[in-house]
Design a protein. Sequence first.
Length: 267
Amino acid sequence: MADTRIRQTTRTTADWRQMLTGGKRVGIVGVPPLEVIAFLHGQGIGIDDLDAMLIRADLELVTAYLPRVYCAILRTVVLNALHLKLDAVIVDVGPGKCDAAFHVATILEESLDIPVIRTENRDAVPFGTPIAEGRLSLLDKLLRITEGVKSPYADPNPPPPCRATAGFWGVPPRDFSILQLFPDTTHVYGWSRCMENKTPADGDLEALFNPEIPTVFFAQSFCAKTALARFLANRHPHALYLDVDVHTGNSARAKIEAFLELSGACP
């Protein structure tokens, strides 16, 4: 029997521009390069963030494509891609996302009848992090940061700055309800801050934390970033390391509430 090779195509700029021209709606995974986002805006192409919960369906539907030990975010990506009407999917497979996203791109390329375009975001021009450091509910902060991925511009109306009383370090969770437990004076760190800065591969920025404020180091179960989250939490003098899978259970909620209350994080 002859060996079999599946597609793992890397697209040049000319390739993906040609493939996307004339499209109406694409899905993105991670934070594609600013050049790609600007092109989509210029073409008037709609963008769906496949990392977010766009389809209300059981994640068990994707077990034929991904094992359960993949993080809930990437399983959500596959669920969305299988159900949404898209003209293409663009996946950041570089250091700004994760190695697992590269393999998810392969699976989607073999499973969908639309182009799956691999990109690597190594953008280094900082856009700033006023949302991460502003006075606003943590839920609204993460909503604005994740929504900002679809735009080539910085947020035109950031919240006023505030003195931090708590920190949230990590990726945007699949279950955003966890964010409602934090005070409005929570500063955002980790990859979420890199998202707002539009430099998702900036390892130095991702590893930043403030040792003077109580900080929750959040990790999505089975994500490679759990290693960094726990490592930094062990170095922080007042930290809570939290590993959450698909949904935030009562135990995780109770840990956060107790941690924030006992640390005096709520002004």
